[in-house]
Design a protein around this ligand. Structure first.
Ligand code: TXA
Ligand code: MG
Length: 317
C-alpha cells in the first residue's frame, strides 16, 4: 500500500530522491517522476509495464517553463497555451537535448502540459524540474480518476499518492501537435470546437493504427477487463438474451429491466458523464457480469472524447 496524503513537501522530498509519486490532475491521476532524470523516468515504465515506444507527457508549472524544454514554441501553440493552461491540453513541440530520450521514446518532440489542479500546481512550483507523468494505471488499462483507483492497481509501486480527490474533467488531455498546421492526436478534455475557436480549422488524426504517434491512438487502448458492446441498448438486450449483462447508459435508466445499470449523467450533462466514465468502467470490472452493453453519448464537445474512449474500450483484444 502506498502512503496517501496531501503533503506536497513529502511529495517533493520523494521526487527529489528519484522516487515515484502519484499526482492528481484535473483529467486523471498521473504517475510522476523527475522528467530530467532518466533513471527516475525508467521507474515509471517499469511500474506501469509500459513499452518503451510510448512517450511520457512532461508537466510544467507555467507556460514560461516550456521555453526551457523546447527549441520552438510557435505562435499557435502559445495561443493555445494562453487559452487553455492550466488545463487539459498537451502540446507536442520539438524537444531540447537535455530531455532524456527515454521520456520521449526517442522522438524529436516532447508533449508538454500545465495541469489544472491546485495541489499539483503548488508542487510543480516547488520543484526545480518538470514532472514526467503518464496516467497512473497499468499499461493498456483505464486511467484512474480517483486516488483509490491508483491505490488498487499501483499501490505497491508508488511511494506516495498525493490525494486531490476525484478528477474534475475525467478524460485525458487533448493532444495537439503541429505539422503543416495544428493536428489533434488525441481527443480529450478540451473540445475540438474550443481549439478551433483559437487556431482555426484543425485536422483530427486519432487513428493511425500502425506506428502511432500517440499510443493513445492504439485502437484497443483504455480497455477495461469486461467485454463492452456498443449500440442501441434495447436492441442489444434482445440480441444477448442468455448472458449476464450490465448496462452503461448516458442519462436515463432503461425502464422495466432487472439488469444492473450505471447512468453516467443523471442531469444529462456531457461534463458529468466524462467525470464518471472511467470509474463506471472500473465498477463493471467488479460486477458479476460477462458483458457490458453501452450506448454512445451525443458526439459534440467533450462527448467526442467520451465516445472515443468507449469505442476503444469496446475494441476486442
Ligand atoms: O491528461 C493527461 O494527459 C494525463 C495526465 C496525467 O496529465 N496523462 C496521460 O498520459 O494521459 P499518458 O501517458 O497516459 O498518455 C500520453 C499520451 C500517450 O499516448 C503518448 O504517446 C502521447 O501522449 N505523447 C507523449 N509525448 C508525445 C509526443 N512527443 N508525440 C506524440 N505523442 C506523445
Ligand atoms: Mg494512459
Amino acid at each position: 500500500m502506498a502512503e496517501l496524503g496531501k503533503d506536497i513537501n513529502r511529495a517533493k522530498q520523494l521526487l527529489d530522491h528519484g522516487e515515484l509519486v502519484a499526482i492528481p490532475t484535473e483529467t486523471v491521476y498521473g504517475l510522476a517522476a523527475n522528467a530530467l532524470d532518466a533513471t527516475a523516468a525508467a521507474r515509471i515504465f517499469a511500474a506501469k509495464n509500459r513499452p518503451s515506444f510510448d512517450p511520457l507527457i512532461v508537466h510544467v508549472a507555467t507556460a514560461m517553463r516550456v521555453h526551457e524544454l523546447v527549441t520552438d514554441f510557435p505562435d499557435q501553440a502559445q495561443a493555445l497555451a494562453a487559452s487553455f493552461w492550466p488545463g487539459p491540453l498537451t502540446l507536442v513541440l520539438p524537444k531540447k537535448n537535455h530531455i532524456p530520450d527515454l521520456v520521449t521514446a526517442g522522438l524529436p518532440t516532447v508533449g508538454v502540459r500545465c495541469p489544472s489542479h491546485e495541489l499539483t500546481l503548488e508542487l510543480l512550483h516547488l520543484l526545480d524540474y518538470p514532472l514526467a507523468a503518464p496516467s497512473a494505471n497499468p499499461f493498456g488499462y483505464v486511467s484512474p480518476t480517483r486516488p483509490e483507483h491508483v491505490q488498487e492497481q499501483l499501490g505497491s509501486q508508488v511511494a506516495y499518492i498525493l490525494d486531490g480527490g476525484p478528477c474534475r474533467v475525467g478524460v485525458e488531455s487533448t493532444i495537439v501537435g503541429f505539422a503543416d498546421g495544428p493536428v489533434i492526436y488525441r481527443l480529450g478534455g478540451v473540445a475540438v470546437e474550443e481549439i478551433e475557436n483559437v487556431v482555426g480549422r484543425v485536422r483530427v488524426m486519432t487513428h493511425s493504427s500502425s506506428n502511432p504517434v500517440a499510443p493513445g491512438q492504439l485502437a484497443s487502448h483504455y480497455a477495461p477487463a469486461r467485454q463492452i458492446v456498443l449500440g442501441n441498448i434495447a436492441e442489444l438486450l434482445t440480441q444477448h438474451p442468455n448472458q449476464k449483462v450490465a448496462l452503461l447508459r448516458y442519462h436515463k435508466r432503461l425502464p422495466d429491466t432487472p439488469v444492473p445499470q450505471i447512468v453516467l449523467s443523471p442531469s444529462g450533462s456531457l461534463e458529468e458523464a466524462a467525470q464518471n466514465l472511467f470509474a463506471a468502467l472500473r465498477q463493471f470490472d467488479k460486477m458479476d457480469v460477462t458483458l457490458v452493453l453501452a450506448e454512445l453519448v451525443p458526439d459534440t464537445g467533450i462527448g467526442r472524447a467520451i465516445n472515443d474512449r468507449l469505442r476503444r474500450a469496446a475494441t476486442s483484444r
